[in-house]
Design a protein around this ligand. Structure first.
Ligand SMILES: NC(=O)c1ccc[n+]([C@@H]2O[C@H](COP(=O)([O-])OP(=O)(O)OC[C@H]3O[C@@H](n4cnc5c(N)ncnc54)[C@H](OP(=O)(O)O)[C@@H]3O)[C@@H](O)[C@H]2O)c1
Length: 391
């Protein structure tokens, strides 16, 4: 099978390398014929082109790997590839989260495939196993540590006691965090991945946007980490969604775990993602959620699936569900210098220094309340921990 890669960055180069170095029969049957690059890079490799029509109109090329990132021109180029009868695989969660239904429909109309395993969980075979579970089960819950960069930052802060800014700078030096780290630390990357997972799990379209609750780790301090440690908690940035009949909730928020819980033991830039299904119960996956070769590995798995006609689940994403974040009730710790009690007169709140314990409050209300606080408040949902129970 002859392939074109769009973008010769980290992931695009990884796909080229895995195929070039390939020793298995699957890999030996693949070859990269063209690579779409910017005009100033066409001379670096005879396969490079800056003219997309060369790829679209090449009847030899069966499949396009999109690794440009961002919304445009990725969206238009994927649409064009599908309309030219090319299969498409992509690692681009931002574009998949916004156009999953359009791409899937176009692929169906053009009798080609559109797969995106690497867009969620990097190298973890998450989408394929979510789809596999759906062959039998209803999935009513998806959750996890979907972003390796924020996990690296929280893990390093926990291990070393260092400040957020210094660990973020280290993550950027190591190439984990981009110069614009907002997608990783403010929860947008997790939002995209949780949207894609929810789309598949619930056979619907969950659009990224303001009505999806998100609170990231931008405001976390070394003192917050120390306070959590002292009280027997490890903090992680979690995405989770539950569905009940035709309602679902969706949140990205810092979450506290007891050291013995699996989530607390997810270190460095690893991901940990899971689902709950009617017969399979709780099913979780742990692995490298990013990086050149793990991500490229997942893209090449999609390519091989297309080549050997191992069809993925056919989803229409046409179920109507209502978002409701008022039904999930949890306990939270909020760090603020403000007096929280008058803001939450109907809730049991106790204070310890500037850390407030708010008992049994719904997700929407706590997010709305913290959004009104001035300064740089931080808060986290309590998912486990013995000391909390006795307070
Ligand atoms: N890196 C990971 O670990 C990882 C993991 C999972 C998913 N992903 C996803 O994979 C995609 C690629 O990520 P990456 O880390 O490989 O990014 P990257 O290193 O920045 O690579 C993107 C490449 O595409 C090129 N490009 C962008 N727009 C272009 C255009 N209009 N014309 C020609 N070339 C263009 C860039 O060239 P310039 O450098 O000249 O702009 C760059 O070489 C993203 O959607 C990302 O979210 C990445």
């Amino acid at each position: 099978m002859k392939i074109a890669i769009l973008g010769r960055g980290t992931v695009g180069s990884g796909v080229d390398k895995i195929i070039a170095d390939g020793q298995t029969p699957f890999l030996k049957s693949l070859s990269v014929k063209s690579i779409f690059v910017r005009e100033n890079k066409i001379n670096l490799d005879p396969r490079n082109t800056a003219n997309y029509a060369d790829i679209l109109n090449d009847p030899d090329i069966d499949l396009v790997v999109e690794t440009l990132g961002g919304l445009e021109p990725s969206h238009s180029m994927i649409v064009e590839a599908l309309n030219h009868g090319k299969n498409v695989v992509t690692a681009n969660k931002a574009v998949v989260a916004r156009h999953i239904q359009e791409f899937t429909q176009l692929a169906r109309e053009n009798n080609v495939k559109f797969y995106f395993e690497s867009a969620v969980g990097g190298g973890i075979p998450w989408i394929i196993n979510l789809e596999r579970a759906l062959r039998i089960d209803e999935i009513d819950s998806i959750h996890g540590i979907f972003n390796g960069t924020s996990n690296f930052i929280l893990d390093q802060m926990t291990k070393t006691g260092a400040s957020f800014d210094s660990v973020l700078a280290e993550a950027q030096k190591l190439g984990y965090a981009e110069a614009d780290s907002s997608a990783d630390i403010d929860g947008y990357d997790i939002e995209n991945k949780l949207c894609i997972s929810a789309d598949i799990a619930y056979n619907t379209v969950v659009e990224p946007g303001a009505d999806l609750l998100k609170f990231g780790i931008r405001n976390i301090t070394a003192a917050d980490i120390a306070y959590f440690k002292e009280h027997g908690w490890v903090v992680k940035l979690l995405g989770r969604s539950f569905r009940r009949v035709d309602q679902f909730n969706f949140v990205v928020e810092p979450t506290l775990f007891a050291p013995g819980q699996i989530e607390a033991g997810v270190h460095d830039n690893y991901n940990y993602v899971g689902l709950r299904g009617t017969t399979i119960g709780k099913l979780t996956f742990n692995g490298q959620g990013a990086g050149m070769l793990p991500t490229a590995h997942a893209l090449v798995q999609d390519i091989i699936d297309i080549q050997v006609q191992n069809d993925h689940l056919d989803r229409r994403f046409d179920k109507q569900l209502n978002l409701d974040n008022s039904t999930k009730i949890m306990d939270y710790i909020v760090r603020t210098d403000a007096d929280l009690a008058p803001l939450l007169p109907d809730y049991k709140v106790t204070v310890d220094g500037n850390y407030w314990l708010v008992k049994q409050i719904n997700t929407e209300l706590i997010h709305q309340t913290v959004a009104k606080l001035s300064g740089k408040p931080f808060f986290a949902c309590i998912n486990g921990g013995a000391k909390h129970e006795s307070r």
